[in-house]
Design a protein around this ligand. Structure first.
Ligand code: PDD
Length: 286
């Protein structure tokens, strides 16, 4: 079975889905995206993802091409062909290509023309988070060399994918990024550490993506269950000396980190709080 893809109102087989090379998303990374997980065929935190998409669009001054009803109707149209139980829906909105090329200018940095916004969506299978027993999840640290607006869910993921490739080559799942000595986030995740039973995570700022899973974990998993959380930046050294480390994102939920730069996290064999939070998270998505 070939997955289907949505482009500007039409549904295609994944093999036949095409967009123009003159699309500003392709030429300049001029676009934003969202990724919404579906567990047991149900969307998880759809409203929050939609709000973040709206916010990202506003931040790059790109008008939302659809109203909410139209978004949801089109998502349903695409997902009719999806038979997976656990998957994510990927949505990308780029400024698109010029409506006409009469002036023969095919590429210009300044977005001065009238553009046909390009909306594309596809879905992709993921593993169920239930019964997931990850014995060892390694991370490395790398310098955060990204731009200063990491709070936009931009399709420009050059450094994120570069750093994550280095991590994979070193046998690790994630590269945790460090700017000026302080941990910002993972290449595709937010980072939490636990020290003396207190959970720390970086405050929201332009240096991190406001993760939808992060906020759910803070409110519905950590606070609701009486754990202490502080919104404070922590240094790489503080992370390396933490009792526990875990990361969050839409496809993994909560993932305890067992090793950083090939060293065991201090309390790895006893990562009780992370594991408990992971259990609570999984019980909430079922
Ligand atoms: N990425 N930080 C970055 C840089 C991310 O790319 C992501 C998610 C997160 C976590 O956000 P959320 O909890 O909303 O998934 C934090 C997705 C999974 C991706 O690009 O595939």
């Amino acid at each position: 079975m070939i997955n289907k893809v949505y482009i500007n109102g039409d549904i295609y087989d994944a093999n036949d889905a095409k967009v123009s090379i003159f699309d500003r998303g392709y030429l300049f990374s001029d676009g934003v995206y969202e990724l919404i997980p579906y567990f047991d065929s149900k969307p998880f935190l759809m409203e929050e993802h939609y709000l973040r998409l709206q916010r990202s669009l506003e931040m790059i001054e790109l008008e939302n091409p659809y109203n909410k009803d139209k978004w949801f109707a089109n998502i349903e149209k695409l997902l009719k062909s999806c038979h997976f139980e656990n998957y994510y829906l990927y949505i990308q909105v780029t400024r698109g290509m010029p409506r006409n090329f009469d002036d023969n200018i095919l590429r210009e940095h300044a977005a001065t023309k009238d553009y046909q916004t390009c909306i594309s969506m596809f879905y992709s299978k993921i593993n169920s988070l239930k019964n997931k027993k990850t014995l060892s999840t390694k991370a490395i640290t790398m310098e955060d060399k990204r731009w200063m607006q990491c709070d936009i869910k931009s399709v420009s993921l050059l450094y994120n994918s570069y750093a994550k490739t280095i991590a994979h080559k070193k046998g690790a799942y994630e590269a945790i990024l460090v700017r000026d000595g302080y941990v910002t986030e993972g290449c595709s995740s937010n980072v939490f550490v636990i020290k003396d039973n207190i959970i720390y995570t970086s405050p929201e700022s332009n240096l991190i993506l406001p993760g939808v899973t992060r906020l759910f974990v803070i409110n519905d998993v950590i606070k609701d269950n009486g754990y202490n959380i502080r919104f404070e930046s922590f240094s790489e050294d503080e992370m390396l000396n933490a009792d526990e480390i875990f990361i969050t994102n839409s496809t993994q939920g909560i993932l305890p980190i067992t090793h950083v730069n090939d060293k065991l996290v201090k309390n790895n064999n006893n990562s009780k709080i992370s594991q408990k939070l992971q259990e609570i998270f999984i019980s909430k998505i079922s």
